[in-house]
Design a protein around this ligand. Structure first.
Ligand code: F6P
Length: 345
């Protein structure tokens, strides 16, 4: 019997509780292990802030959004701190044999570093952005796309009624997966993603062409991380960064609203969906994927397959090296964007 720690780090994501439940049910009932939750991501490890997880206290959480463990963007290696030494000491003191961190690039980046230093780790990939390499899909993405699509459907009817251009900003720091999927599903007329720096004149031309052909409204979906080509007159600046040095994004839609209205002459409004995309109930797809990830992760821990991450390949759940998963972001495929472009104005 082993004592296995579990934590949720980085931005929350629909499906985190389903993973926790999967780890606990399989860990306790199938393998006879003890599962210990660390509260608030790596902060809980550094501070030895733990809670014993049982089948009883993780019952009824499958459909709940957020994370019962809480989360944070704490970086154990911030400011040259020897994160590995602190984590090792806490694990020894708490009698914990291994950790299952559930997170995105930052949380799993820390996990990879700990693993390289000999700490037994199995990672679980999480992000609504779907930008982690090593897995076809991350849980939470499907839910975020559904929320964004529902919003675009609603914005469509008001845009149509007022003859307006509506700019919808969705999440997506490095990759435009949410924008592309929700844009295709919601019938967007322009989709702007981080992978393809946009030319604002081209965007305005597309909108004008569409309106010249008799349409009276347009929907522009933009990722928060979309960047204009140089010289476009659009500047987004932020001086706020998190513990991993990432800038806080959000607000490109505000700029676009003004520039599109001014250059096209069409009345324009913007909506920033923001954290609505991360909140609430996971879709059935995400509950199943998260449950499979949780069960597979604890199976891997039971077999001592350290330094790995659970992953979806096709319809199968596999293990991949943790290091591969965080080496670089998984960007939008050209093929998907080309399909979206067929429907641009
Ligand atoms: O990483 C997921 C994500 O949703 C990004 O798209 C976004 O930039 C970031 O989290 C925002 O997180 P927060 O505001 O919670 O720090």
């Amino acid at each position: 019997m082993a004592r296995i720690g579990i934590l949720t780090g980085g931005g929350d994501c629909p499906g985190l509780n389903a993973v926790i439940r999967g780890v606990v049910r399989a860990g306790v009932n199938r393998f006879g292990h003890e599962i210990v939750g660390f509260r608030y991501g790596w902060a809980g490890v550094l501070e030895a802030n733990t809670v014993e997880l049982t089948a009883q206290n993780t019952a009824g959480i499958l459909h709940r959004g957020g994370t019962i463990l809480g989360t944070s963007r704490t970086n154990p290696y911030k400011d040259e701190q020897d994160g590995t030494a602190i984590v090792r000491e806490v694990l020894e003191r708490e009698g914990i044999d291994a950790i299952i961190p559930i997170g995105g690039e930052d949380t799993l980046g820390v996990a990879g570093r700990l693993s390289a230093d000999g700490i037994p780790v199995v990672g679980v990939p999480k992000t609504i952005d779907n930008d982690l390499a090593g897995t076809d899909v991350t849980f939470g993405f499907h839910t975020a796309v559904q929320i964004a699509t529902d919003a675009i459907d609603r914005l469509h009817t008001t845009a149509e009624s007022h003859n307006r251009v509506i700019v919808v900003e969705v999440m997506g720091r490095h990759a435009g997966w949410i924008a592309a999927y929700s844009g295709i599903a919601g019938g967007a007329d322009v989709i702007l993603v981080p992978e393809r720096p946009f030319d604002i004149d081209e965007v305005c031309e597309r909108i004008k062409r569409r309106h010249a052909s008799g349409r009276t409204f347009s929907i522009v979906v933009v990722s928060e991380g979309a960047v204009p080509r140089d010289g476009s007159g659009i500047t987004i600046s932020t001086d706020k960064t998190d513990a991993f040095g990432h800038a806080r994004l959000g607000g490109i839609a505000v700029e676009l609203e003004g520039v599109i209205e001014q250059r096209t002459g069409f009345e324009t409004r913007m909506t920033i969906l923001g954290h609505v995309q991360r909140g609430g109930t996971p879709t059935a797809y995400d509950r199943v994927l998260a449950t499979r990830f949780g069960v597979k992760a604890v199976e891997a821990a039971d077999r001592g397959e350290w330094g790995t991450m659970v992953s979806l390949r096709g319809t199968d759940i596999n293990l991949v090296p943790l290091a591969d998963a965080v080496a670089e972001p998984k960007l939008l495929s050209d093929d998907l964007y080309d399909t979206a472009e067929v429907f641009f104005g």
